[in-house]
Design a protein around this ligand. Structure first.
Ligand code: LLP
Length: 420
């Protein structure tokens, strides 16, 4: 695909004029199709699915995933507030995080959040202390880092021996015994291997390792898990083409079933937490080209009106994107162009050496597959305004997040005088 005119049935040129650029444009039908695929796949195995809000969570998205029957994984007071304003019942919320504050845990307890995924011995103690005042003890899972390296980049591998998340297998027996003495209900274990995993093998390895851990816990202290959350991490595509996370989930469930019965365990109720797979492919981000120039060394730069502030992924992980010209003008010659962001540093490049129709000032460029970890990782560097988010359904666009303006940047500033 070298050029694109529509997304979700709406003209991108019209949307850019109406809402400004940069602009995140989501095809709502695609979001819903993906949610439905996941819900359908877990139903077959009486498993459950929580959308990982960290991928993309404006209020509209929280409402959408909930209307499709998914639960929600949140990690902060902010995401919790979004979930609640979307009308999601506390029981359908799972709370994550490796550094939960007392304020966050107290709020979760007061609300009766469905699952708290405990990440450390310190958190377990704190939760135990806070839960003493609760009528109903919270349901918890213990997060484990079983020592598996899976994920497309070291920064998004989350289950290695050396990572900051969860309990090491060696700490588990103690944690399970300790939980039994506290006013909590230990429902089971949790693991999230990493992100952008495009093969089944790491998931199978994860399942086997977790089942082995459950078997050793049963031996060591008689603990039998009712639940096991296997996290998210499904890539959007594999080298063979688009990846169907629903198919992966079904195969993982089957594997978990056979591994459990081989170990003489009853199968815990499984759950999954995909983020990227749901939101990323449903979105294109549209930018306007502000200038095109050639350097002394012969590189052509097209400078866009956004960049690392609305999509830090190329800078953080070297994430590749395939830009397209928003136009039907396919008579243009092709050339090689580097899409530079507008921030004041040379590293702010969204795509290096892309081959695409030659660009001119005023053109619109779209970056497909930008619906995950872009809006949610937005930063205000260089005084950037957060772009608007538009959902398109059957060709009709609705603004679901308005674009920031000067007022949004100034509203928290108390000036030199400050406030005593
Ligand atoms: N569950 C837990 C506990 C997680 O930490 C994550 C992602 C997910 C589920 C969802 O993973 P997904 O299905 O989206 O891969 N900013 C990085 C990705 C960080 C992922 C963090 N955890 C990026 O832009 O690639």
């Amino acid at each position: 695909m070298k050029s694109l005119t529509e997304w979700g049935g709406a003209s991108l040129i019209e949307l850019a004029e109406r809402f400004g650029t940069p602009l995140y444009v989501f095809d709502e039908a695609e979001l819903r199709r993906r949610c439905r695929r996941l819900v359908e796949s877990v139903k077959k195995y009486d498993a459950d699915v929580y959308y990982a809000g960290k991928a993309f969570l404006p209020l509209a998205m929280a409402q959408l995933v909930s209307s499709e029957g998914m639960g929600l994984d949140v990690v902060s007071l902010g995401e919790l507030a979004l979930a609640l304003s979307a009308g999601i019942s506390a029981g359908r919320i799972e709370l994550h995080g490796n550094a939960k504050t007392e304020e966050l845990l107290s709020r979760a307890l007061r609300l009766g959040v469905g699952r708290i995924v405990v990440d450390s011995a310190d958190e377990l103690e704190l939760l135990g202390r806070l839960a003493k005042n609760e009528k109903t003890p919270p349901k918890i899972l213990l997060r484990v880092s079983p020592g598996i390296a899976a994920g497309a980049h070291h920064a998004i591998q989350t289950a290695t021996d050396d990572c900051k998340f969860g309990f090491s297998p060696a700490q588990l027996v103690h944690a399970v015994k300790r939980a039994a003495d506290l006013p909590v209900v230990l429902a089971g274990l949790h693991v999230h291997l990493g992100s952008q995993i495009d093969r089944l093998e790491p998931f199978f390895e994860g399942v086997q390792t977790m089942v082995d851990l459950l078997a050793s816990l049963k031996n060591a202290c008689g603990f039998e898990a009712d639940e096991m959350d296997l996290g998210g991490g499904f890539a959007v595509r594999s080298p063979e083409g688009p990846l169907d996370a629903g198919d992966f989930i079904e195969k993982i469930c089957l594997r978990a079933k056979s591994a459990s019965s081989a170990a003489g365990l009853r199968l815990p109720r499984l759950s999954f937490e995909p983020g990227r797979w749901v939101s990323s492919p449903a979105c294109v981000t549209v930018y306007r080209v502000q200038s095109v120039k050639e350097t002394t060394s012969g590189r052509i730069y097209a400078a866009l009106d956004g960049g690392m502030t609305d999509n830090p992924r190329p800078c953080l992980y070297g994430a590749p994107y395939s830009p397209v010209l928003v136009s039907s003008a396919d008579e243009r010659k092709e050339g090689t162009v580097t899409l530079a962001g507008c921030c004041c540093e040379s590293g702010d490049v969204l795509v290096s050496d892309a081959v695409m129709p030659e660009l001119r000032r005023g053109d619109l460029v779209a970056l497909p597959d930008t619906g995950a970890y872009t809006y949610s990782m937005f930063m205000t560097y260089n005084g950037a305004f957060r772009p608007a988010v538009v959902f398109v359904s059957s060709g009709t666009a609705r603004l679901v997040v308005r674009r920031w303006n000067e007022g949004d940047l100034l509203k928290d500033q108390l000036g030199l005088e400050g406030r005593q």
